[in-house]
Design a protein around this ligand. Structure first.
Ligand code: NAP
Ligand code: GLV
Ligand code: GLV
Length: 325
C-alpha cells in the first residue's frame, strides 16, 4: 500500500509529479485552504502532509495524525507548526531554506526603494490625473545612496539583502543573536546592539524568524528610538512588529514610512487603518513569489516528504530530536 499524502493547496507541478507514482496523493484545490477542522479530518487519514505557512499545524492537528510521519512545510518559516508537539510524537518537520533567499531579498529591496521614493503614491498620483506641472517639491523622498541600512536577523535572507545595497554606498549594520565575524568581513557590515541599530539606521529591514523571542521585538519603545526619517521593511513575519503601534508611529510621524509584506493577521482586513496611510507600501505576502523559487520550493517539499515517508532523514529536517522518538 502506498503511503497517503495530503497537500493543502496545489503547489507547482514539478513537486506534485515527484509524488504521483510513489504516494496516494490528495490535493486541496481551493484558493483558500482547508480550515483547521478539515485539516484535522484529513490528517487522521494520512502518513505525510505538505502544508503552507498559513495552515495552523498545532498540537490538536498533530494529535489527530496517528500515522503521520512527516509535515513538510512549503516555506522556510515554520512558526505555523507546533514543532515541540511534533517532536514528542516523532513526526519530522521540514522546510525549504535557500530556495527563496534571493527572491525574498529582491522583494525586501523593492519595498525599500518603493517606500523611500514613494513609487506607489507617485503611480496613483499620475493615474488619478493630478500631474499638472513638473514640481520642485513634488513627491520628494529619501536618497538610497549613502544611507545606513540595518539588518535585523543576519541569516540567509538578511545577508542577501545586505548584498543588494552594494551599488548604493550604504553603511551596513546588523543585529543578530549570534555574531557573524566572517560575514562582517565579507560584507563590510558592523554588529550593533538592537538599540544602537534603531537609533543609527535610516533603513531597517527585518529578517529574523518569528519565535517566542522575536514576537513583538519592534514595539513602542523601539519605534520611538528610530529616526524620524527611518523606513521599516518587514518581509519576516507580521508578529515581529506590534502592528497597532506601527500604525500610530506612521500616522504621527515617529518614522517616515514602512514597506510591509507580512501582517499580524493574514490576509489583512480591508478596513485595517494601515491601508489608509500614504507612507506605507503593502504586498500580500509575496516574498518568495517568483516562478523559479516556487518551483524549487515544491521540489524541496516533495523531496523532504518522500525522505520522511521512506524512513530516511530529510535534507531540511527542522527537529533532529524527532529522530529519537
Ligand atoms: P535564516 O537563514 O535561519 O536566518 C534567520 C536569522 O535570524 C539568523 O541569522 C538568526 O540568528 C537570526 N535570529 C533568530 N532569532 C533571533 C533573535 N531572537 N534575535 C536576533 N536574531 C535572531 O532564515 P532565512 O532563510 O533568512 O529566513 C528568515 C525568515 O524570513 C523566515 O523565518 C521567514 O519567517 C521569513 N521569510 C519570509 C518570506 C516572505 O515571503 N515574506 C520568505 C522567506 C522567508 P542565528 O544565526 O544566531 O541563528
Ligand atoms: C515565507 O514566508 C516563508 O517563510 O517561506
Ligand atoms: C530632470 O529630469 C532633470 O533633467 O534634472
Amino acid at each position: 500500500m502506498k503511503p497517503k499524502v495530503f497537500v493543502t493547496r496545489r503547489i507547482p507541478d514539478k513537486g506534485l509529479k515527484m509524488l504521483e507514482d510513489k504516494v496516494d496523493l490528495k490535493v486541496w484545490e481551493g484558493e483558500v485552504g482547508p480550515n483547521k477542522e478539515r485539516i484535522i479530518e484529513e490528517v487522521a487519514e494520512i502518513d505525510g502532509l505538505i502544508s503552507l505557512l498559513s495552515d495552523p499545524i498545532d498540537r490538536e492537528v498533530l494529535k489527530a495524525g496517528e500515522n503521520l510521519k512527516v509535515v513538510s512545510n512549503y516555506a522556510v518559516g515554520y512558526d505555523n507548526i507546533d514543532v515541540d508537539a511534533a517532536t514528542k510524537q516523532g513526526i519530522y518537520v521540514t522546510n525549504t531554506p535557500g530556495a527563496l533567499t534571493d527572491t525574498t531579498a529582491d522583494l525586501a529591496f523593492a519595498l525599500l526603494m518603493a517606500t523611500a521614493r514613494r513609487i506607489v503614491e507617485a503611480d496613483k498620483y499620475t493615474r488619478d490625473g493630478n500631474w499638472k506641472a513638473w514640481g520642485p517639491k513634488l513627491l520628494l523622498g529619501q536618497d538610497m545612496t549613502n544611507a545606513s541600512l540595518g539588518i535585523i536577523g543576519l541569516g540567509k535572507i538578511g545577508q542577501a539583502m545586505a548584498k543588494r545595497s552594494s551599488g548604493f554606498d550604504m553603511d551596513l549594520y546588523y543585529y543578530n543573536r549570534s555574531s557573524k565575524p566572517k560575514v562582517e568581513e565579507e560584507l563590510n557590515i558592523n554588529r550593533l546592539s538592537l538599540d544602537e541599530l534603531l537609533t543609527t539606521c535610516d533603513f531597517i529591514s527585518l529578517h529574523c524568524p518569528l519565535t517566542a523571542e522575536t514576537e513583538g521585538l519592534i514595539g513602542e519603545r523601539e519605534l520611538k528610538l528610530m529616526k524620524e526619517n527611518a523606513i521599516l521593511i518587514n518581509t519576516a513575519r507580521g508578529k515581529v512588529v506590534d502592528q497597532d503601534v506601527l500604525y500610530q508611529a506612521l500616522k504621527e510621524g515617529w518614522i517616515a514610512g514602512a514597506g510591509l509584506d507580512v501582517f499580524e493577521r493574514e490576509p489583512i482586513a480591508d478596513d485595517n487603518p494601515l491601508l489608509e496611510l500614504d507612507n506605507v507600501v503593502v504586498a500580500p505576502h509575496i516574498g518568495s513569489a517568483s516562478f523559479s523559487a516556487r518551483e524549487k520550493m515544491a521540489e524541496m517539499a516533495a523531496q523532504n516528504l518522500l525522505a520522511g515517508l521512506e524512513g530516511r532523514k530529510p535534507d531540511n529536517l527542522v527537529n533532529e530530536e524527532a529522530l529519537e522518538n
